[in-house]
Design a protein around this ligand. Structure first.
Ligand code: NAD
Length: 349
């Protein structure tokens, strides 16, 4: 990427796919996980706020800002479970990285693909710290847009190579199994959640339904399991029965946001949870023994998007996978914005 003054690089969906493919999905996920872990380890240096959510009957639109004093990032993201019926994505997103010193944007990027990658990378980072050692088998309940990314991140970071799939829509399971075919997995397509979780040391729930759902009941979760609960990420939208939460050691991204949006919205506001960064920095324990149930109550936090944008910006520097956006007005004299308009009018005349 050549540095051009006042030009903002824009990464379209097409360019994002080219970037991901040129790096390779596994390497992309592994390196991105490294950026996420690096940023979680310096958690106190970020400004943090629960995301700003705008709810409607069928979904939610959210803004997710953060900054580390040098760089500012935000993501615009939606969640509309009914979209799929009209051929649209449940989740779409774009984001911006900006220079805190000048306030100028430095990068504008699609983040639909990037969100799937960063969510999977973050889940795998959490599992690296929490899942039972030597785990090889993961059940994935909900086989939609996020599911393959989850499988690939767990393979790249933890060596998970046995995947057990279930979705209420068998077409989704066929799609997921087909996409993962030949990528080094032993894949079982299951007829129910009960069947899918059999023998799985890790259970990922990544379903989409804008209501309190019970994807997992208490009897389905055995001692020692690591739960990666990704789909419950909105007020009124959860996946796990409350009894599971009461048996689990619960780990979250940013507790004030997860109390609003995560599985723990079902629990009293003072129920103890541990923020993941505390485990990564060694200030709080992760898994304490092989019989504990660990739960990563994932909702997606702004710092993960910041890490993802930072990673894309660094990798983009070696490529031409972007368009140069004329996003910043640049009059010769900064106060002469109107003069710039007049000169443009003369040129057009
Ligand atoms: P998607 O619509 O592409 O797929 C969801 C799948 O869940 C569908 O195939 C659907 O048939 C299936 N499903 C619904 N109810 C089910 C049930 N009871 N049992 C089994 N399967 C069921 O959605 P997606 O993009 O894959 O996202 C999945 C969920 O993850 C959404 O709720 C989304 O909001 C959430 N999400 C969370 C994060 C995060 O950081 N935590 C990030 C991205 C998406």
């Amino acid at each position: 990427m050549t540095e051009k003054l006042n030009i903002v690089p824009f990464v379209s969906v097409d360019h994002m796919m080219k970037l991901v493919l040129s790096i390779g999905v596994d390497r992309f996920l592994t390196e991105l996980a490294g950026y996420v872990e690096e940023d979680f380890r310096r958690w106190p240096s970020f400004s943090k706020t629960p995301r700003v959510a705008s709810h409607s009957v069928d979904g939610v639109i959210e803004l997710m800002p953060t900054n580390d004093g040098q760089l500012y990032g935000f993501k615009y993201v939606n969640g509309h479970p009914k979209n799929r019926r009209d051929g649209r994505q449940t989740v779409t997103a774009f984001g911006v990285l900006a220079d805190v010193g000048t306030g100028y944007p430095m990068l504008l990027s699609e983040m639909t693909i990037l969100t799937a990658l960063r969510t999977a990378a973050t889940s795998a980072v959490a599992a690296k710290h929490l899942a039972p050692r030597g785990a090889r088998t993961m059940a994935i309940i909900g086989n939609g847009a996020q599911s393959e990314f989850q499988a690939l991140a767990f393979k790249a970071l933890l060596g998970i190579d046995h995947i057990r799939l279930y979705d209420i829509d068998p077409a989704a399971t066929r799609k997921c199994a087909g996409n993962l075919d030949g990528l080094g997995f032993d894949i079982a397509c299951c007829a129910s959640t009960e069947q899918a979780v059999e023998g799985a040391e890790i259970v990922t729930t990544v379903t989409a339904d804008k209501q309190f759902a019970t994807i997992l009941t208490d009897n389905m979760v055995g001692a020692g399991t690591h739960l990666n609960a990704v789909g419950g990420d909105c007020p009124g939208k959860t996946e796990l029965h409350r009894d599971i939460l009461l048996r689990s050691d619960i780990f979250v991204e940013f507790a004030p946001q997860t109390r609003i949006e995560g599985e723990i919205q079902q629990l009293p506001a003072d129920h103890p949870v541990t923020e993941l960064w505390e485990v990564m920095t060694g200030t709080a324990p992760g898994r304490t023994d092989n019989s504990r149930i660990t739960l990563f109550d994932s909702v997606g936090f702004a710092i993960e998007d910041f890490s993802a944008l930072r990673y894309v910006r660094d990798r983009l520097a070696e490529t031409d996978f972007y368009e140069a956006l004329d996003l910043l007005a640049d009059p010769d004299e900064p106060r002469d914005l109107f003069g710039m308009l007049l000169r443009a009018a003369k040129k057009q005349a």
